[in-house]
Design a protein around this ligand. Structure first.
Ligand code: BLA
Length: 236
């Protein structure tokens, strides 16, 4: 389900000057105890970003995952790119979350960085259900224009690939609309917010429970704390 989208993501990163960098061996590829599920992770060095990670989990028709987070440099206050796609084929259930994850919830910040994301809303109404988030706090690092779909995956009006490409293009072209008297966040503040993003996500991410069941507690703990959210133990 997500191989094509992963290829789109990879070629888009390459076309923006990214190249792959080494992932620690134990996180590159790991098989479940039953050997029926594999998780592979990638890291990219991309101009303007301090870290860009991608994870693909293949559990056959039980579960497919594509997850990616891109952290801009600490000198750049723009939102973090967040992608979480899950496909439970047996159940026919798709969970798709795509967002420019804001560092702060502030109208001027939204005006400056979210015009592009806002324009997607009218094209892909399926992705703007009023479904509440249960596990996450939608006010913490989610934007009011998050693309969020949970439901039947086989009868979407627009293919997920189409939505994904459009979304990614909007992120590359992120508007920096001039806003009067706009005061940018300092690199120190941006760093603090990135650290608290990792701390928050390491705590609430439902991936941890999922990984524990497939790959065991020890690997799951390490993967969440050292690969997915490595800033989670940094003190501000
Ligand atoms: C939901 N994400 C989920 C769920 C799982 C994962 C198992 C619950 C699915 C369900 O409802 O049945 C899985 N999360 C993962 C995996 C990884 C991960 C496998 O990080 C890592 C490889 N999650 C993110 C990012 C965003 C995000 C970057 O990692 C934002 C774009 C959002 N995931 C997100 C949201 C939900 C979710 C909003 C729905 C949960 C809710 O209702 O609060």
């Amino acid at each position: 389900m997500f191989n094509q989208i992963l290829e789109e993501l990879n070629s888009s990163i390459v076309s923006h000057g990214g190249h792959k960098v080494n992932v620690e061996k134990r996180f590159q590829e790991y098989f479940s105890k039953k050997k029926d599920t594999v998780i592979r992770s990638f890291l990219w060095d991309v101009p303007g970003f301090r870290r860009w990670r991608v994870t693909r989990m293949d559990g056959g028709e039980k579960l497919q995952v594509l997850n990616s987070v891109a952290y801009p440099n600490y000198s750049n206050e723009q939102p973090i790119l967040g992608i979480d796609l899950l496909w439970f084929e047996k159940k026919g259930k798709l969970v798709a979350v795509l967002d420019f994850q804001p560092l702060i919830q502030n109208d001027n910040y939204f005006r400056r960085y979210f015009e592009g994301l806002k324009t997607l809303k009218k094209n892909y109404p399926d992705f703007y259900s009023n479904k509440e988030m249960n596990l996450y706090d939608s006010k913490k690092y989610f934007s009011p224009w998050v693309l969020f779909y949970v439901g039947e995956g086989n009868n979407l009006k627009h293919s997920l690939r189409e939505v994904f490409i459009d979304f990614l293009d909007k992120y590359w072209l992120i508007h920096k609309d001039p806003v009067q008297n706009y005061q940018k966040l300092s690199p120190k503040k941006i760093k603090e917010l990135h650290i608290s993003y990792d701390a928050y996500n390491a705590e609430v991410d439902p991936a941890h429970g999922l990984f524990k069941s497939y790959f065991g507690k020890e690997w799951a703990d390490d993967f969440v704390q050292e690969f997915l959210f490595p800033n989670c133990n940094n003190r501000i």
